[in-house]
Design a protein around this ligand. Sequence first.
Ligand code: URA
Length: 209
Amino acid sequence: MGKLYVFDHPLIQHKLTYIRDKKTGTKEFREIVDELAALMAFEITRNLPLEEVEVETPVSIAKSNVLAGKKLGIIPILRAGLGMVDGILKLIPTAKVGHVGLYRDPETLQPVEYYVKLPSDINERELIVVDPMLATGGSAIEAIHSLKKRGAVNIKFMCIIAAPEGIEALQKAHDDVEIYVAGLDEKLNEKGYIVPGLGDAGDRLFGTK
Ligand code: URA
């Protein structure tokens, strides 16, 4: 079963409270999502492998560490996932960014892929799929399926708020994918919104509705 990690860092929990608040407007909401994504990226990368190199300081030679191993890729699920990309890139500016767009078929209610553009070497990258909300899990499951179909083998999923239903479905569909969340909420309501959640993340990020 894919492991679940809940980010308990006080700064993450504090900022989460502000984006839950319905009085938080678009500008502030977008800024906080950006900050949260950066803080979450800081946490998710804490076990990246290092290798020792020598660097010449103004005083002498230092043995010091740089990142080793796999390169990273960020995969936002359109549209709301876009809100998390810049925050992650602030910490990992060399990461490549791929996009997966899905819509829900009105008859089958299943997610259908309409846009996929990925780095050519996704099979060599450690991929972080991002979407602020994990509700039923349908989009995340399909997006990850889409990546695996194209050769991805090393995938993590990171969201801000998750419903238990989404976690369970994602763990069942992709048991090799670790899931990282800032808030684990109570449930989904009859309209598919996470309760208590924060409403529609895409609308709140982009000021639509
Ligand atoms: N997507 C959202 O943006 N919000 C929810 O509560 C559920 C899915």
